[in-house]
Ligand binder design. Structure first.
Ligand code: GLV
Ligand code: MN
Ligand code: MN
Ligand code: MN
Length: 424
C-alpha cells in the first residue's frame, strides 16, 4: 500500500487525453445537444482504423501485439521472470451507435498509459503484463456483446455467432474473417487460456456510466462485482392487411400484440425496490408502413438483476408471459445472452482499495450495473475493476464525459495495481 512516487508521476494526463481525443476522431458524431460523441461499430472500417492506431502505439512502446481467433488484440510486456502467468488489463474499442468518447476505449488506453508509466519509472515487475482490446463488447452491431471475452473464457463456442447478422445482413463470421485476414501479419495466439495458464489476475478500468461517484463525491469506484444480465429477441408473426379495409376483428396485428406483450412484461418486471432493470429499446416492424397492418415485429429485451434467483425466475417467466399475452401472432423467443451475477476477488479489490488510499483518493466500494468483459474473467482468475466518475452519470450517449484529471487519477490507480499484482 505504499505509493511508488516515480510511477505515479510517470502517468501522463496529457498524453492519455491526447490519445483518447485522437481515437475519438474515428467515428466522431454530434449528439442532439451538440456533444462530441462516437459511433464506432465493432469490426467496421472505423474500428479497424482504431485497432491500427492502437497497434502502432503499442509497437512504439516496444510491446509485441498478437491476435486470437476472435480478433481479441493483445500486447505483451515481459516481466523479470520467465514462465509466470501474466496480469491482464484492458477493455474494448467498439462503441454504441450513439456512444461517447470514453466507454471502453479509456480502459484500453489507461492500460497502455500504465504500462508506459511503468517503463518510464524503470519498474519491471516479476510477471508479464498483457493489455487486451476485446472484440465486440457492446453488441450494438452484432448481438450479443462480450463475444471476445466470452469466447476467451470458454463460456461460449466461438463459432456460435458466425451467422449473427448486422442491420445490413453482414454476418459476424464474415466480418471477423476479413479482420483476421487484414491483421494476418500479427502473430496468432490460441484462443483462450494458453496451455492451461490462466492470467494471474484481470483488472479493467472503465468509466462508471452512472451517477454515484459524482453525486456522492468520490474519485474512484472500487468495483465489487457486476449484476446479472439476460438478453432476449422476440419475434411476433401476424398478417399484413390494408389499414382502411381490414376489420379490427379479423386482424392479426403484430404491433398490437407487441403492446400486449410489453404491458404484461412490465407487470412481470414490477419491482418496488427499484433494483431490477428491464429495457425494450430496439423494435423492427415489417412492413413498417403507416397504412399497412404490421405482419411482423421483432423486439429486444434487456433484463438485469444482481440476485441470481431473481435473474433466473423472472427471466424464465419472460417467454410464458409473452405467450399468454399475445392474442393473434405466432411467437418466437430466443435468449441471446446470459451473464450470471459476478463477485470480484479480494486479491484485486483490496489492491485497488490500497492504491486509492495510498494516493489520497476518495474511494467508494460499489457494484456495476453495466456488464463488462470482466464479468467473464471471474471464473478464470481473480478479477476486479476500477471506475472513475461520469459527469451526470451519462453514458451510451455522446454527452458522456470524464475529465482529464479524473481519468488520470484512475490510470494512476491502475498503474499501481498492475505493479503490485505483477510483483506477486
Ligand atoms: C454494456 O455496454 C452494457 O450494456 O452494460
Ligand atoms: Mn464499456
Ligand atoms: Mn457500453
Ligand atoms: Mn459495456
Amino acid at each position: 500500500g505504499t505509493v511508488a512516487p516515480n510511477l505515479v508521476a510517470a502517468v501522463s494526463e496529457q498524453r492519455q487525453w491526447d490519445r483518447l481525443m485522437e481515437m475519438a476522431r474515428l467515428g466522431a458524431i454530434t449528439g442532439a445537444d451538440g456533444s462530441p460523441g462516437v459511433n464506432r461499430p465493432c469490426l467496421s472500417p472505423l474500428d479497424r482504423e482504431a485497432r491500427r492506431l492502437l497497434i502502432g502505439w503499442g509497437r512504439e512502446l516496444g510491446l509485441t501485439p498478437s491476435i486470437d481467433a476472435l480478433g481479441n488484440l493483445f500486447f505483451r510486456q515481459e516481466g523479470r521472470e520467465a514462465g509466470l502467468a501474466p496480469v491482464l488489463t484492458g477493455s474494448h474499442m467498439d462503441s454504441q451507435p450513439a456512444g461517447g468518447r470514453f466507454d471502453g476505449i479509456w480502459g484500453v488506453l489507461a492500460g497502455l498509459e500504465a504500462i508506459q508509466a511503468l517503463r518510464e519509472a524503470g519498474i519491471t515487475p516479476r510477471r508479464p503484463i498483457e493489455l487486451v482490446a476485446w472484440t465486440n463488447e457492446e453488441g450494438g452491431r452484432f448481438a450479443p456483446g462480450c463475444m471476445g471475452s466470452m469466447a476467451y473464457a470458454g463460456h461460449s463456442a466461438p463459432t456460435s455467432w458466425d451467422a449473427v447478422e448486422d442491420g445490413e445482413g453482414i454476418r459476424f463470421g464474415d466480418a471477423l474473417r476479413e479482420q483476421l485476414a487484414l491483421e494476418a501479419d500479427l502473430p496468432r495466439r490460441p484462443l483462450g487460456v494458453v496451455e492451461g495458464q490462466a492470467p494471474h489476475a484481470y483488472v479493467e478500468a472503465h468509466i462508471e456510466q452512472g451517477p454515484r461517484l459524482e453525486t456522492e463525491g468520490y474519485d474512484i469506484g472500487v468495483v465489487t462485482g457486476i449484476q446479472g444480465s439476460r438478453w432476449f429477441l422476440v419475434e411476433l408473426r401476424g398478417e399484413s392487411a390494408h389499414a382502411g379495409t381490414a376489420p379490427l376483428s379479423t386482424r392479426r396485428d403484430a404491433v398490437q400484440d407487441m403492446v400486449r406483450a410489453v404491458t404484461a412484461l412490465n407487470a412481470l418486471m414490477d419491482d418496488p425496490t427499484d433494483v431490477l432493470r428491464f429495457t425494450v429499446a430496439r423494435i423492427e416492424v415489417h412492413p413498417n408502413s403507416s397504412n399497412s397492418v404490421a405482419e411482423r415485429v421483432r423486439f429486444t429485451i434487456d433484463f438485469r438483476h444482481p440476485a441470481a434467483a431473481v435473474l433466473a425466475a423472472r427471466g424464465d417467466a419472460i417467454e410464458p408471459t409473452i405467450r399468454a399475452a399475445v392474442q393473434h401472432c405466432e411467437v418466437t423467443v430466443t435468449e441471446r445472452f446470459h451473464a450470471q451475477p459476478a463477485d470480484f476477488a479480494p486479491l484485486v479489490t483490496e489492491a485497488v482499495a490500497r492504491a486509492t488510499a495510498a494516493q489520497g483518493l476518495r474511494a467508494l466500494r460499489m457494484p456495476s450495473g453495466a456488464f463488462h468483459d470482466a464479468q467473464f474473467m471471474v471464473p478464470l482468475c481473480p478479477t476486479g475493476m476500477i471506475f472513475v466518475p461520469s459527469r451526470r452519470g451519462i453514458s451510451h450517449n455522446p454527452a458522456e464525459y470524464s475529465s482529464p484529471v479524473q481519468l488520470a487519477a484512475g490510470t494512476r490507480v491502475l498503474a499501481q495495481v498492475l505493479a503490485e499484482l505483477a510483483e506477486g
